[in-house]
Design a protein around this ligand. Structure first.
Ligand code: NAP
Length: 274
């Protein structure tokens, strides 16, 4: 069971709701959670779903909390933090956890002072509790706060700590943007299946179950590397071998590497925007 601290979510949108839902599901005391959001609609949704406290004033929520989860869009993060810094005290005594893409620790320190910050990069399947999150802690974060932040994000899926902040851009390239790569690949498979004679419903059902089943096989075989798993289902001279040969001839791995490098580079550029 996680340590119980008072957590304030700043921004009660999709990602905050998922984390709150995940925390409550793991037995976290809802009396220790507050969500602050200017939108009446979002606060009403959060109250209806989880029966937690809500606020319209970020500073009031923060004053109450030990841990602040910054869950607003990156574009408004600076304005939100400037307002917090102007109206809140003892910021360095709280743990700050950001889930915003592209906002660096240096930027947070510029806005809030030298506070302990854990910068995280979740991905969209976190909305279903199936996320993959990378985390990086600033040097001010204690080991117990690091544990807490890790457990917080484990409420919506698996977590991995990185040693260097720049590696967050590799996390963005791998898991942050990753769901869209799989959607693209599945879309291409579905289209090809249609052209080979299946109907849309059949093509989608077969492709989505194949993606799910394949990921499950990878998860269930942690001691087998991916190349071995592939070799195990590729009989010499068979149908799969013909498909794999075609992918190799088209140099799929170079395309994937170029795409992920472009995503990581864009992540680094975005840190200069927010
Ligand atoms: N969704 C994902 O899959 C995903 C994945 C990775 C990272 N993230 C990150 O997670 C963060 C939240 O994303 P999201 O998808 O949850 O966005 P979202 O649903 O739009 O949630 C943001 C919430 O913040 C509220 N808000 C606006 N101004 C505020 C203020 N001054 N103080 C407090 N709350 C305010 C918004 O209200 P209004 O709607 O009224 O503006 C909205 O309810 C983003 O930084 C994003 O980069 C999201």
């Amino acid at each position: 069971m996680m340590e119980q601290k008072k957590i304030a979510f700043i921004g009660a949108g999709n990602m905050a709701s998922s984390i709150i839902g995940g925390l409550i599901q793991t037995g976290y005391d809802k009396a220790n959670i507050i969500a602050s959001d200017p939108s009446d609609e979002n606060r009403a949704k959060i109250t209806a779903s989880f029966a937690i406290k809500t606020e319209t004033d970020n500073a009031a929520a923060i004053a109450w909390a030990d841990v602040v989860v910054l869950a607003v869009k990156p574009q408004i993060m600076a304005a939100v933090c400037e307002d917090i810094a102007a109206r809140s005290a003892q910021l360095e005594q709280k743990l700050w956890v950001s889930i915003a893409a592209g906002v660096s620790i240096e930027r947070f320190h510029g806005l809030l002072g030298s506070v302990p910050v854990v910068r995280t990069m979740p991905n969209t399947p976190a909305l279903l509790g199936q996320g993959a999150t990378g985390l990086f802690a600033s040097e001010q974060v204690s080991s117990s706060d690091k544990t807490f932040a890790g457990e917080l994000m484990s409420a919506v899926g698996v977590t991995t700590w990185v040693e260097q902040e720049a590696q967050i851009n590799a996390v963005t390239a791998a898991s942050g943007s990753g769901p869209a790569y799989f959607f693209l690949f599945m879309e291409a498979m579905q289209q090809a299946a249609l052209e080979l004679g299946l109907n849309e419903q059949q093509a989608r059902a077969l492709v989505q179950q194949t993606a799910l089943g394949s990921a499950q096989m990878v998860i269930n075989n942690p001691d087998l590397d991916l190349a071995t798993l592939r070799a195990n289902v590729t009989s010499k001279g068979g149908t799969t071998a013909e498909a794999i040969r075609t992918f190799m001839e088209q140099d799929l791995s170079t395309t994937v590497k170029q795409a992920m490098t472009a995503a990581a580079d864009r992540g680094a550029e975005m840190e200069k925007l927010f």
